[in-house]
Design a binder for this molecule. Structure first.
Ligand SMILES: Cc1cc2nc3c(=O)[nH]c(=O)nc-3n(C[C@H](O)[C@H](O)[C@H](O)COP(=O)(O)OP(=O)(O)OC[C@H]3O[C@@H](n4cnc5c(N)ncnc54)[C@H](O)[C@@H]3O)c2cc1C
Ligand SMILES: NC(=O)c1ccc[n+]([C@@H]2O[C@H](COP(=O)([O-])OP(=O)(O)OC[C@H]3O[C@@H](n4cnc5c(N)ncnc54)[C@H](O)[C@@H]3O)[C@@H](O)[C@H]2O)c1
Length: 411
């Protein structure tokens, strides 16, 4: 048997499609096979909880490439096709129909899947999750008829869908186990801003609560019972309680896996012919000096471009500062940097947090680890430069909106 010269990408979403694009941009002329188990061609997920869910964006606007792009670039796009195994010794992947596809290099871009609620009754009709475009369609339909919904989890999915539900004039109760929304990511100082935002828009936020049961009648959801015995009625329940990376293929193939497929700064796994990028990758970050797994759009957009170049033998490393954004009601935000939960010593605010026009900076040892601009624009590149520099800052100057961000470091 002759060795395959194909570059195979498993997972046909943003990361997979961007890797295929980069392979062709870099002049790779061999076969590129992009395999995905969804039937929709690669699309972006952020609109699914924002403009697409709100009915402000058409389905055609969410795709990564036009339908004709794959044939035009000789990318063998196989949709509705699940990869069920990797044989690293034979350099082959197995598909659900039992057929095999050989590879010279393999990229895992398998992303992540929503965690499911494990409480009794969680399989009732009307208990919804949001990951795929069909999920967004289902939630949109539910919001069109529901009078009230319960959202479980005040993370990104929970808060963005709560905002969409309020826009549809639906009553919303958010049930969150932690003491504030987004607490693990933002810490209490900045998390307060999001609690205030949603309360002002009429959301009933309940923190520190434990869901014990989903109640239903005739198989259809009726509400949520809490551990204290209270009951919140709902015509639909939307659960956004986090995700888990899709590492099953990598684990079964014997690759190093620890909170994601472990890859180096070139995005190469413990097998030299297999790479990983996007939500599924736990990548060594040269600036931060540790492995991190990022569950955000910019990472799925940029990381596969580095992976594709590395697969072609280029000497590259992925060292971008992690970045993400959200839109909720009239609040637009960008965040750059990386902070472990509790991994900072204080937060400096520049601007007016009450009016929700500010930048928050997370510091440790006098250095900026991350910054979040809320309704303040054209500053995120400067925030990223501050994070990347690792230089100590003067916190008085950092807090002063009159001082340009490139003049806040000590010396
Ligand atoms: C509703 C929603 C809104 C979001 N909004 C934002 C936002 O505003 N800002 C932000 O920064 N991030 C946002 N994100 C996060 C962002 O979308 C993800 O980080 C990004 O989608 C990750 O891309 P990926 O290609 O790595 O993985 P995924 O998007 O998870 O894609 C992986 C693909 O691989 C497929 N697959 C998995 N296993 C197999 C297999 N064995 N065989 C074949 N195919 C397989 C999956 O079905 C899927 O199609 C949002 C996510 C969601 C769900
Ligand atoms: N704007 C953005 O960047 C954006 C938007 C949407 C989704 N996403 C991504 O999508 C993924 C999924 O988002 P998510 O919001 O589901 O995850 P998340 O990790 O952001 O938030 C999950 C929340 O659910 C809470 N929770 C967990 N179990 C619970 C329970 N049983 N009862 C009550 N609360 C519970 C957690 O404390 C946490 O606040 C993440 O990777 C996220 O980064 C990002």
């Amino acid at each position: 048997m002759t060795a395959s010269n194909a570059y195979v990408i498993t997972g046909a979403s943003l990361a997979g499609a961007k890797a295929a694009e980069t392979l062709r941009q870099e002049g790779f002329a061999g076969p590129v096979v992009l395999i995905g188990d969804e039937t929709e061609r690669p699309y972006e997920r952020p609109p699914l909880s924002k403009d697409y869910l709100l009915g402000k964006a058409e389905r055609e606007s969410i795709h990564v490439h036009p339908a004709s792009w794959y044939a035009e670039h000789d990318v063998d796009l196989r949709l509705g096709t699940r990869v069920t195994g990797i044989d690293p010794a034979a350099r082959e992947v197995t598909l659900a129909d039992g057929s095999r596809v050989g590879y010279a290099r393999l990229l895992l871009a398998t992303g992540s899947s929503p965690r499911r609620l494990l409480v009794p009754g969680a399989d009732a009709d009307g208990v919804l999750y949001l990951r795929r475009v069909a999920d967004s369609d289902q939630i949109k339909a539910a919001l069109a008829t529901a009078a009230r919904i319960v959202v479980i989890g005040a993370g990104w999915i929970g808060l963005e869908t709560a905002a969409a539900a309020r826009a549809a004039d639906v009553e919303v109760t958010v049930l969150e186990a932690a003491a504030l929304p987004l607490l693990r990511v933002l810490g209490p100082e900045a998390a307060q801003v999001f609690a205030g935002l949603h309360r002002e828009h009429g959301v009933d936020l309940r923190f520190g609560v434990q869901v014990s049961e989903i109640t239903s009648s005739g198989g259809r959801v009726r509400g949520v019972r809490l551990a204290d015995g209270s009951h919140v009625q709902a015509d639909a329940v939307i659960a956004g309680v986090g995700i888990t990376p899709n590492t099953q293929l990598a684990e079964a193939a014997g690759l190093a896996v620890s909170n994601g497929v472990v890859v180096d700064a070139r995005l190469r796994s413990s097998d030299p012919d297999i790479y990983a990028a996007g939500d599924v990758a736990s990548a060594y970050h040269p600036v931060l000096g540790k492995h991190i797994r990022v569950e955000h759009w910019a990472n799925a957009l940029n990381q596969p471009q580095t992976a594709a170049r590395a697969m072609l033998g280029q000497d590259v490393a992925y060292d971008r500062v992690p970045y993400f954004y959200t839109d909720q009601y009239d609040l637009g935000m960008e965040y750059a940097g990386y902070v472990e939960p509790g991994g900072y010593d204080h937060v400096v605010f520049r601007g007016d947090a009450e009016r929700r026009e500010f930048i928050a900076f997370w510091l440790a040892g006098g250095r900026v680890l991350a910054g979040m601009n809320v309704n303040v624009w054209d500053v995120n590149d400067a925030i990223q430069a501050l994070v990347r520099s690792g230089k100590p800052v003067d916190t008085g100057r950092l807090a002063d909106p009159g001082v340009p961000l490139d003049q806040v470091t000590d010396g």
